[in-house]
Design a protein around this ligand. Structure first.
Ligand code: PEP
Ligand code: MN
Length: 581
């Protein structure tokens, strides 16, 4: 399911980044749309043009964002969850700019207010408000003037090709904005299922009420809540327009309206107020992760002891903004049939180098799936060094692979070699492999980018990680968000192994991109007996999956016989992997 999500601002604004990060962490596929005003966000959801919307409701410096609460109440929107977002403000400018040369700083007025101390140190710089942090960054990039800088999140640097002149520029590091993600009361069941992941007692409820201008009115209201043992999470007031000395209160309480104690307390509260609007109950904070969720496999540990900041991306990240980790800090999880690549489970993809016959595929599928493999592989179109070597069974091979996958109940992956094959391949297999030799076949990358099938992009024989990420960007840029990267060994001076399996690629990619990382030790090392230790290493170093070649009778394999694993080898590897957390 892909959902549409609306926010106020443009790409790279804090709301955009917060939304991307949160939906990413929930494992929700989505398309984000930036709109001009908070009201447009609310009306887009009510009119069904967006499934969910995001509105700020609180800011550590500015306090309650009343428009947020008011729009939720006015349109009877249903809150799903709260997102607490640390506003990571950086000073961004065009490459080549220097801090001492900055004469004008652009940002949202709130961001300017939050960074007063830092801005005071920029002697001679004028401070100029803009509509949001994303617009500030976009304009500074468009003007190309090194004397102009923007205060914006780090993600905006990657999106607009800016560099950081300073980080941590906010006066206070605990600089949070609280957003509410919401839906319309008529939303589809899948959208409704985004909420209610926490037990009622751990949820929060937002209320808006007005009291009479009477002695003790507020005390009586709060008394109704206190008597029921309800904790307040927030209380703020403002004068009611047109009614001198009548006040409107913005209150958050801990608990869910479906709890009898809360329902009873709200009944009593209503009697004490002139109006009470229950905005609704919702999941709070980081706990609004997917049901059964938790961190994805091998959540990145802090990079250096004491470091609170994720390391900055290299300047080349401007070439792969969609692949950059900042575009989806929670990580991408790719659903392939019932398997999730990039989630908590370590995924094993196994099968022969080439599909050779029905018997070979059926026997391999049965054994590797019984041994715990999650996906079946098999090449039908083979990119061979020699034109005289076995070229694969072509579409007949694809059909045999698909049949074996269906029989064993697992999804299948196979290499697609040319743009003309993409449409048919996307119908017949679950996961499209782009081989190492085709990593920079840009027409092929664009063609798979236009399908809705997940893509496994193998690293080229002499490709840098930057080039791999830029190649992935081709697929993402066409609208296909489901790309996994595969380290399969690179060319070095070393001849003892077929290639050099670059396991250092794994932590580097895990830091720089949100895309899942697969390791292929079979092609990496090319020698049967060295594959097993490298499978252990791949899991230990933080890969999300491995892909290995298994054959019923390795000496007879029509391609890559020296690296084909026996069924026994495969079982020994699975046993090893079960011992590694
Ligand atoms: C394969 O996986 O069968 C293959 C041909 O791999 P690579 O493209 O990495 O050489
Ligand atoms: Mn092979």
């Amino acid at each position: 399911m892909t959902i549409t999500a609306a926010y106020q601002g443009i790409e790279g604004a804090h709301s955009d980044v917060a939304l991307a990060s949160h939906l990413g962490a929930m494992g929700v596929d989505h398309v984000r749309t930036g709109l001009g005003t908070f009201r447009q966000v609310a009306t887009a959801v009510i009119a069904g043009r967006a499934d969910v919307g995001l509105l700020p409701v609180d800011n550590a410096i500015a306090g309650t964002v009343r428009d947020g609460y008011d729009l939720l109440a006015q349109f009877d929107l249903v809150p799903i969850c709260e997102i607490e977002w640390r506003m990571d403000h950086r000073l961004l400018a065009v490459p080549g700019a220097e801090l001492s040369g900055v004469r004008e700083v652009f940002a949202h007025p709130l961001a300017l207010a939050e960074c007063g101390r830092f801005l005071g140190t920029l002697a001679g710089a004028r401070v100029i408000p803009s509509v949001d942090t994303g617009v500030a960054a976009r304009d500074v990039a468009a003007w190309g003037d090194p004397a102009r800088a923007a205060i914006a999140p780090p993600e905006a640097a990657a999106i607009y090709g800016l560099v950081e002149l300073a980080r941590n520029v906010a006066d206070h590091p605990e600089n949070y904005t609280r957003f509410v993600l919401f839906r319309s009361p008529e939303s589809r069941p899948e959208v409704q299922a985004l909420g209610g992941r926490l037990p009622p007692a751990r949820r929060k409820t937002s209320l808006l009420f007005a009291t009479r201008h009477e002695q003790g009115a507020l005390a009586r209201c709060l008394g109704s809540l206190a008597e029921a043992g309800i904790n307040l999470a927030k209380l703020e007031s403002r004068p009611k327009l047109g009614k001198a000395w009548e006040y409107l209160f913005y209150v958050d309480i801990e608990g869910d309206v479906t709890e009898p104690r809360i329902g009873a307390a709200l009944g009593k509260l209503r009697e004490q107020t002139t109006s009470l609007h229950v905005i609704g109950s919702y999941d709070v904070g980081a706990a609004s992760l997917p049901a059964g969720g938790g961190e994805p496999r091998c959540a990145l540990p802090p990079v250096a002891a004491g470091a609170s900041e994720p390391p900055a991306l290299p300047s080349s990240a401007k070439n792969w903004p969609k692949a950059a980790r900042t575009a989806r800090p929670g990580g991408t999880r790719i659903p392939i049939g019932s398997v999730l690549v990039g989630g908590e489970d370590f995924i094993v993809i196994a099968g022969p180098c080439s599909v050779e016959s029905r018997e070979q595929m059926m026997a391999t599928a049965r054994r590797v799936v019984a041994g715990g493999a999650h996906l079946l592989r098999g090449g039908a179109f083979k990119p061979r060094t020699s034109p005289y070597a076995f070229q694969g069974l072509g579409w007949e091979g694809v059909a045999l692979l698909a049949e074996a996958g269906r029989a064993a109940g697992v999804p299948v992956v196979s290499e697609v070699m040319s743009p003309e094959q993409v449409e048919r391949m996307a119908r017949e297999v679950d996961f499209l492999q782009i081989g190492a030799r085709n990593m920079q076949n840009f027409d092929l990358l664009k063609a798979v980018g236009r399908t809705d099938r997940p893509v496994m992009l193998k690293r080229g024989l002499s490709a840098s990680l930057d080039e791999l990420l830029a190649a992935a960007e081709y697929v993402l840029a066409e609208g296909n968000p489901h790309v996994a990267l595969c380290e399969r060994g690179i060319r070095t001076f070393e001849t003892a192994t077929r290639n050099t399996l670059d396991l250092s690629a794994v932590p580097v990619l895990r830091e720089r991109t949100h895309l899942p990382v697969i390791v292929d030790p079979s092609h990496g090392v090319g020698v049967r007996r060295w594959i097993r230790p490298l499978c252990r290493a791949a899991k230990a170093v933080g890969a999300h999956a491995i892909m290995i070649e298994v054959h019923p009778n390795p000496p007879e394999a029509k391609s890559d016989a020296e690296q084909a694993l026996t069924f026994d080898d495969f079982e020994a590897i699975m046993d090893d992997l079960s011992k590694i957390p």
